[in-house]
Design a protein around this ligand. Structure first.
Ligand SMILES: Nc1ncnc2c1ncn2[C@@H]1O[C@H](COP(=O)(O)OP(=O)(O)OP(=O)(O)O)[C@@H](O)[C@H]1O
Ligand SMILES: [Mg+2]
Length: 338
């Protein structure tokens, strides 16, 4: 549905050579999916996102939406195209001197809707985002989560095909953030709106995205199903992001006097339920001491990570055989020590 072909964006910097905020990024977002873009600050995420509705013109490359090359549109055709794409922001960007209802009405009016249409649609949309009782309130009277709900109401008022979300939950606490993400997912499923969501946190991506692109330094270094990226990150930057999310660091003191072989074991899907570790204990007589462990559910699939210490009272050969057995029967094993 959305194709970005070799998109680069350069910003002029006076006499110096211009800076490349986005460097030759190509990707394809399918209709109906929730597509994530993750990366550190300055990676070029917002710049890339803004090329989709041409708030940012690419220096080179094409933006194709529904088969139409929108990078060539201007004037009325461009405005018409933009109406099919809603956008929400980290700091909500509401009109502070207008009520909640008036904020939503504004985007309907901008799209040429009649007063009768507007009067009918505004309560409908506010109800959909859970703000039926806040129509007459001003933004200053709302919590952060409620403000973002107004942002969402305004963005979906004209029934767009695509909703662009630039760090929509970064200014919110964990619980409110989860509620907003759940609302976005509901909008995606109920209204069939394709969502492109930027975040610097993998936990946000994990909660609602189907696929994710990883950006660093203007480049897209990796892309795939969120589950696959978590299970087998390829790029060093992605590995760090993922391991940060799993938070499986061991205290340095514990690492110092380790005896035995320390493994990080990844279980994917069916193998997550297989009792591989109790198997090796009986087969090879090793003792298995689990130091850390977690099972994450990503899009209904289980992804288990364990950090375990294997020891044998006399025969290190048995530990090596046990490691080989675990390697055969699990998705991935990393020897952390020993
Ligand atoms: N209008 C602009 N003029 C000049 N440089 C810009 C402009 N917009 C962005 N940049 C630069 O482009 C690079 C990418 O910025 P961008 O805002 O896309 O990153 P980001 O990944 O969204 O970061 P953040 O997570 O902080 O929002 C940065 O180095 C930024 O300074
Ligand atoms: Mg940004």
């Amino acid at each position: 549905m959305i194709r970005l072909n070799h998109i680069s964006v350069e910003f002029p910097r006076g006499k110096q050579p211009s800076a490349r905020a986005v460097d030759d990024v190509s990707l394809h977002i399918k209709r109906g999916e929730v597509y994530g873009i993750v990366g550190a600050s300055g990676a070029g995420k917002s710049t890339l996102l803004r090329t989709i509705n041409l708030l940012q013109r690419p220096s080179s490359g094409e933006v194709i939406v529904n088969g139409v090359n929108v990078s060539s549109l201007t004037g009325g055709a461009l405005r018409h195209q933009r109406q099919k794409i809603g956008m929400i922001f980290q700091h909500f960007n509401l009109m502070h001197t207008r009520t909640v209802a008036a904020n939503v009405a504004f985007s309907l009016r901008a799209a040429g809707k009649s007063s009768a249409d507007i009067a009918r649609r505004v309560p409908e949309i506010l109800d959909l985002v859970g703000l039926a009782d806040k129509a007459a309130a001003y933004p200053a009277q709302l919590s952060g989560g409620q403000k973002q709900r107004v942002g969402i109401a305004r963005a979906i008022a004209n029934q767009p095909e695509v909703l662009l979300c630039d760090e929509p939950t970064s200014a919110l606490d964990l619980e409110t953030s989860a509620a907003i993400l759940a609302l976005l997912k509901e909008i995606n499923l109920r209204l069939g709106i394709t969502i492109v969501l930027i975040s610097h946190e993998m936990t946000v991506i994990k909660s609602i995205c189907d696929r994710v692109a990883v950006m660093t330094g203007g480049n897209m270094v990796e892309e795939g199903l969120v589950f696959d990226i978590f299970a087998a990150p390829q790029h060093e930057f992605t590995r760090q992001l993922v391991s940060h999310t799993f938070n499986l660091e061991l205290p340095p003191r514990l690492m110092q006097d380790l005896q035995g072989t320390l493994l990080k074991i990844l279980f994917v899907g069916a193998s997550a339920e297989q009792p591989v570790l109790s198997d090796v204990a009986t087969r090879y007589g090793v003792s298995v001491n689990i130091l850390h462990g977690k099972i994450e559910y990503i899009g209904q699939r289980a992804l288990g990570i364990l950090v375990a210490l294997l020891t044998h009272p006399r025969d290190p050969g048995q530990v090596a055989a046990a490691v080989a057995y675990i390697q055969e029967n699990t998705a991935r094993v990393e020897v952390l020590h020993g």
